[in-house]
Ligand binder design. Structure first.
Ligand code: ADP
Ligand code: MG
Length: 296
């Protein structure tokens, strides 16, 4: 790529809110066989809201307060939704009288654990509550599967060996996502959805004809491995969130991050989409195509 053509491409991209960080984008984009899309924060707007609280063996208020106390330590969109939802409610009902003390908080890929009000509390994905250590009351099992069936994320909250509550969190699917995947498919690219979320939550995407393959319930640490496996036989562009999906972005031939709330300097991506606009994905391919045309 001549410096002039690259400069023109970078400028065209910038006009569309696309920051091209690495030359790899110009070198590899045209040959991309497969576009892997993350779900939460990419196909959905990532603006999670706390929608419902179901409790068993505890007061809903203690479940909510304890969960929020721990989630304060996590930057995950789910955590932010829980903290904001509980704070709003607390302000409305008791003026924030009953602050809950956290003495420690350990953030992992699937949730947060720590000591709150003298109990060891765990908040997060159902898989954190497996094995003999945990009892999950039937009512909470049901709340969890109902949430998943509705495309929502159930967040489990437990202490003392018992799951005490399920917080239901959800966001909205970005409008126009169908057109975007149609456009990628019309360009002859395979469209793959990769999500840590449940198969039920992925179903509405799977049903769309331009989506070729769906990998659901992929734990965060396995996302990069899935991308690596695809990239062994295909040229892969991965679009995801710059912080949670950083290893998967790095494993792809081209990593594209959706900028929302990410520190650009710490971003491992080859290109960054600055605006909440999914159509920037096909535009990225258009821009590089234009650049390569100028080269020949
Ligand atoms: P996605 O692939 O949909 O973007 P992530 O890989 O970011 O999802 O997270 C996978 C799952 O881990 C989430 O759906 C959620 O169940 C759980 N999880 C991760 N972080 C948190 C947190 N801070 N609080 C509660 N649950 C969490
Ligand atoms: Mg994500």
């Amino acid at each position: 790529a001549t410096p002039l053509a690259v400069a023109a491409g970078i400028r065209d991209a910038a006009r569309r809110g696309i920051v091209i960080v690495s030359d790899a984008v110009f070198e590899q984009a045209a040959g991309v066989d497969t576009v892997v899309l993350d779900k939460t924060g990419t196909l959905t707007d990532g603006e999670m809201q706390l929608l419902d609280t179901v409790a068993a063996d505890a007061r809903p208020e203690s479940v909510r307060r304890r969960a929020a106390a721990l989630e304060r330590a996590s930057p995950h969109p789910i955590a932010e939704a829980i903290v904001a939802g509980v704070d709003d409610d607390g302000a409305a009902t008791d003026g924030g009288r009953t602050a809950t003390a956290t003495t420690t908080a350990t953030v992992t890929d699937r949730g947060v654990s720590g000591r709150v009000d003298g109990d060891d509390v765990v908040v997060g994905h159902r898989s954190l509550f497996g094995g003999d250590e945990w009892t999950i009351p039937e009512r909470l099992h049901e709340a969890g599967s109902n949430a998943r069936d509705g495309g929502r994320v159930p967040v489990y909250v437990g202490w003392g060996g018992t799951v005490r509550g399920v917080l239901v969190v959800g966001d909205e699917v970005r409008s126009g996502w169908e057109d975007v995947v149609d456009e990628l498919a019309a360009d002859g690219r395979r469209v793959v959805l990769l999500t840590g979320d449940s198969p039920e939550a992925a179903r509405r995407f799977e049903e769309h004809s331009s989506v070729d393959e769906v990998f659901a319930a992929v734990p965060p640490e396995a996302k990069a491995e899935t991308v690596r496996r695809l990239a062994a036989t295909e040229r892969v562009a991965m679009v995801g969130d710059g912080s949670n999906d950083a290893p998967a972005l790095a494993a792809a031939d081209i990593g594209v991050s959706v900028a929302s709330g990410t520190d650009l300097a710490a971003d491992a991506a080859d290109a960054v989409l600055l605006e909440d606009r999914l159509s920037a994905i096909p535009e990225l391919f258009d821009v590089t195509r234009g650049t390569n045309r100028r080269l020949t």
